[in-house]
Write a protein that binds this ligand. Structure first.
Ligand code: TRP
Ligand code: SF4
Length: 405
């Protein structure tokens, strides 16, 4: 069981800067982030090192997309006052944690991650039999663990990476969470809560350990959460002592599965750069309109008088994202009776997409015109992220016995 209220919730997620963002990113990821930033402490970062694992032969692609990605995030409502926005490579502590974790990561764990082989086969135009690519999910683990994130919003395709992250955290805690004199220190920490609380704590611990009583565990967590006077280190010892005899140095994060909104592409498949069926967030209005006007419809509607079936038409998928019930009923009626033409039907989608994109485009332009502001948002975010990362690194070095003088 991860995330036992020993820490406040903290969300972390990242995105690889390998191309321009489109409506799929907006509906699939960014709207979700924008919602989360109001509910959690959030860290969002540009995973430029991760991008290099697949684009090491064309690193300029990464550089070209970093700032535009930041601008698109901001234009879509990611708010630097609510979330920390930073660039992975500007927090080099990620690399150090990755290195340290690599020492204790069994090769088989990485080879077994499904994306390792899948991607090698899918992206067969590139040589991905590299050390860096094998380590991709471990670098991702470092990204997450360095901030002690409790929740990681990702899509289905990333769940295996988070599972690895949890295994790595568990292994790390098992190997390095043992502190000399831990038992005594935990006892001492319990005493600091006062006689009554200490007795209750030991009783709850016994019930959990001997009887597997999960309620007792939860009660013990609540007891610890309600102790204002104990230090962070003591609190961690007491949390760890409930489970066994190790400290939870790196907490196991939970997946916050991003609901799968099927943002359709122009051809009825999922919107994706690799299908060349996207609408870019900053594409000019006339280009967006042209793309929508020329997108395929139900092939049964050859002539204007031929009735159609919306379910067989990619335009209908757009209506499901963009149109209210009334408009949808209008489409159903008009399409099946040949009462409306396809261009008319598309007009309404074009207007709705434009209504969504116009303010995004406008906000993005304001940031394009003021690159210093964008840079300063990232400088601030990096600084704040680094502070957190440094703290964890110092604990990790310490736990691994590297803090010699
Ligand atoms: N691998 C993620 C993706 O391709 C990006 C990523 C890198 C990430 N590090 C992360 C996501 C840490 C969440 C947490 O989408
Ligand atoms: Fe598609 Fe609309 Fe034409 Fe029907 S009327 S085929 S839903 S574009």
């Amino acid at each position: 069981m991860a995330n036992v209220h020993s820490r406040p919730s903290r969300v972390l997620s990242g995105m690889r800067p390998t191309g321009r963002l489109h409506l799929g990113h907006y509906h699939g990821v960014l709207k979700n982030w924008a919602r989360l930033q109001g509910e959690y402490e959030c860290f969002f970062f540009i995973a430029d090192w991760h991008a290099l694992t697949t684009h090491y032969e064309s690193p300029w692609v990464v550089g070209d997309n970093v700032w535009d990605m930041v601008i698109d995030w901001l234009a879509c409502g990611i708010n630097p006052k609510l979330a920390r926005l930073f660039i992975q490579s500007r927090v080099p502590e990620h690399a150090e944690l990755h290195l340290l974790l690599s020492m204790m990561t069994p090769l088989g764990w990485l080879e077994r991650v499904p994306s390792f082989r899948d991607q090698q086969e899918q992206l067969d135009d590139r040589d991905l039999s590299t050390y860096g690519f094998l380590g991709y999910p471990l670098l991702q683990s470092a990204d997450v663990l360095i901030y002690k994130a409790t929740e990681v919003p990702v899509g289905e395709d990333q769940v295996a990476h988070l599972e690895l992250t949890r295994e790595i955290a568990r292994r790390f805690n098992h190997l390095y969470g043992v502190e000399p004199g831990f038992e005594e220190k935990a006892q001492e920490a319990a005493r600091k809560m006062g006689k009554k609380n200490a007795r209750l704590y030991h009783e709850l611990r016994r019930r959990y350990q001997q009887e597997g009583d999960r309620e007792a565990l939860e009660e013990a967590h609540a007891l610890l959460d309600g102790q204002p006077n104990i230090t962070v280190a003591d609190r961690e010892r007491l949390f760890g002592y409930l489970d066994g005899t190790t400290r939870e140095l790196l907490p196991e994060p939970d997946v916050l599965l991003t609901p799968n909104p099927k943002m359709p592409g122009l051809d009825g498949r999922k919107m994706s750069k690799s299908y060349d069926n996207t609408i870019g967030l900053r594409e000019p209005a006339d280009e967006v309109a042209r793309k929508l006007r020329t997108m395929p419809t139900d092939p049964a509607r050859v002539r204007r008088n031929d009735p159609g079936t919306p379910e067989k038409c990619p335009v209908w998928d757009f209506h499901q994202v963009y149109s209210d019930e009334r408009t949808q009923a209008w489409v159903q009626e008009g399409c099946t009776t040949a009462g409306i033409g396809c261009l008319e039907c598309k007009r309404s989608v074009i207007d709705a997409v434009e209504a969504e994109l116009a303010p995004i485009r406008e906000r993005a332009q304001a940031y394009v015109d003021d690159p210093e502001q964008v840079r300063s948002i990232i400088v601030d975010g990096c600084e704040q992220a680094r502070e957190e990362a440094r703290e964890t690194l110092s604990e990790v070095r310490n736990a691994m016995g590297l803090e010699y003088r």
